[in-house]
Design a protein around this ligand. Sequence first.
Ligand SMILES: [Zn+2]
Length: 378
Amino acid sequence: MLLSSLTPSFQWIDTPDALDAACEQVADASVIALDTEFFRENTFFPVPALIQFTAGEQAYLIDPVAVSCTDTFRALLQNSAIKLLHACSEDLEVFQHWAGVLPVPLMDTQVAQGFLSDVPGIGYQKLVEFWVGEMLPKEETRSNWLVRPLSPAQCHYAALDVIYLLKVWTLQAEKLATLGRLEWVENECQTLIEQAGRSVENDQHWYTRHRQLWRLTPRQMEAYRLMTVWREGETRRRNLPRNWLISDKLLFAIAEKMPSNRFELAEVEGIKPTLIKKEGDALLAMVKQAQHCDEAALPERWPDPMHPAFKSRFKALKKVVAAKASELGVAPEMLMRRRELETLVMQDLAEEPLTWPNGWRGEYLNADLAQALEECTS
Ligand SMILES: [Zn+2]
């Protein structure tokens, strides 16, 4: 394996004029590769430390500590050129926060690779090795990107992050086109943008990430839901990491106990007096709101994943997805995620309308999924 011999050419950008001039240089490009380096230890939002982009051999390194986003760069992020990123979810947060807009139309090389092999979630270095046959230097991944000046090694590394991305995509796109899967990647990335853009709406669903929801009654679940929505809003407003305000474990324990006053709240395991003093009233108000919520407005009870009726259905559906995935040579989670399977089973058990996969996924899966459920019932 070759160690990357390429010494990339890059330009350091720390004024609005330089940024606008760089945008001019790539104005006609059809693909722009982007990456960000950021720091996120004590904040809700990532603190941007570097923003890289390229449309060819020359990389531009923006210093977001020195220069604010300009209208020209904002327009570039939204022009018709493909915006290429790798494993983009946190990068999207950086752009949303720093630029106020998301890079579109988006293509993510990690998503693309998920439709080209049965290994989902491939890392950038492995991806470059696979397509370009070169090894990138690894040592800068954990370096401090907020120091100034950055070392030459850091700058090279940062520039290679975007330069190779472009090379990888050219090869991936060819293969995807041959397989007729370009549209799959487009759809998937479109969904990523929609989900990233709707963060306040996403707050409403945050609670469904908890693996033990089935242990809560609908009323307890409503309390837990209200508290997670509140925490999302508060941590965003105060720019704090979630767990600095209150941990998930504690919110869950409060929901289980449903305390009606400060004394009962103080009995929740692991709760600190300072938290009760600062946030106790807010927490108790939400528990009270859940206590008084109309029966009909409560969330559905989450099914117990250990229940035989759940287990058999889940297993049957999983088998269908695994078979289809192996036919296509992709990982099962690229077809359907665990959560989506669970939702289908839950709806089936509750005799509710089912949320079938849509688009190309539906074409591949729905008939077989329906048959598998049918067989579980009979
Ligand atoms: Zn990077």
